[in-house]
Design a protein around this ligand. Structure first.
Ligand SMILES: CCCCCCCC/C=C\CCCCCCCC(=O)SCCNC(=O)CCNC(=O)[C@H](O)C(C)(C)COP(=O)(O)OP(=O)(O)OC[C@H]1O[C@@H](n2cnc3c(N)ncnc32)[C@H](O)[C@@H]1OP(=O)(O)O
Length: 203
């Protein structure tokens, strides 16, 4: 038990560690964004690979978070919890929220590109996070998992451009939370999403 408590305390990052973590992830995703747009040059890329392998070696020298420690690993203060801080989803800015809806902006950088526009799966990833945030927010209270997520792709989503997003609670029925969302480029609808989040049984 003491070991477990120690592991829980040890895995909660300080503000300094969290900032350093975010800066390291930012540097890594800037590399992926750059790799998505460059004209490849074998010599330069071989040098990059060598330098990146050194970075990887440095990261391998660090201990990994214990797998069995649920609470701190998923606590809001832990960067492992937050997909945007890990570079998994594009960073988005929340302009308004907290009343069962959320209004914000998101910009998909080149690594999220399919061909010339945003990859459909990246849009789905974003919606899972944004709708999930409202499903797990202060109005509904507590944790819920995605049961289904349907995306309607209405028009191509441009890369590197600010898109506007709105997410709201459509209905709550017992453990079920039906959430909807939409993403627009200016006045143009880019995609719509609807999903169901189910809270765990209490007994
Ligand atoms: C510590 C505090 C935290 C607070 C956080 C606040 C800050 C938040 C900040 C940032 C949040 C970021 C948020 C990201 C969110 C992303 C979430 C994910 O991506 S989760 C990974 C992907 N999802 C899975 O892996 C689920 C896998 N599936 C399951 O675990 C189960 O199937 C589950 C839980 C979804 C349902 O299982 P059952 O056993 O609990 O419930 P049953 O009895 O089967 O269903 C309950 C009701 O739901 C309907 N239902 C279930 N699945 C359905 C479906 N696919 N379609 C339609 N209805 C469905 C059923 O028909 C039933 O309805 P009837 O009660 O009879 O009316």
């Amino acid at each position: 038990m003491m070991e477990r408590i120690h592991a829980m305390v040890a895995s909660a990052p300080t503000a300094l560690e969290r900032r350093a973590y975010r800066n390291a992830v930012d540097a890594a995703v800037r590399i992926l964004d750059r790799l998505a747009v460059i004209e490849p040059d074998a010599d330069t890329l071989r040098k990059c690979e060598r330098a990146l392998t050194q970075v990887e070696d440095a990261l391998r020298s660090l201990p990994t978070l214990p797998e069995d420690v649920e609470a701190p690993a998923h606590a809001p203060g832990n960067p492992r919890f937050n997909p945007a801080e890990r570079g998994l989803v594009p960073a988005f800015a929340i302009d308004a929220g907290d009343t069962g809806q959320l209004v914000g902006r998101v910009q998909f950088s080149p690594r999220f590109g399919g061909t010339a526009s945003v990859h459909g799966g990246a849009l789905s990833l974003f919606f899972d996070d944004a709708l999930g945030m409202v499903a797990n927010g202060s109005v509904t209270g507590g944790v819920a998992r995605t049961a289904f997520l349907r995306i309607d792709y209405r028009s191509l989503a441009p890369l590197d451009v600010e898109l506007h997003c709105r997410v709201w609670i459509e209905a709550v029925d017992g453990r079920k939370r039906f959430i909807r969302g939409e993403l627009c480029h200016g006045d143009r609808l880019v995609a719509e999403a609807e999903g169901l989040w189910v809270a765990p049984r209490t007994r």
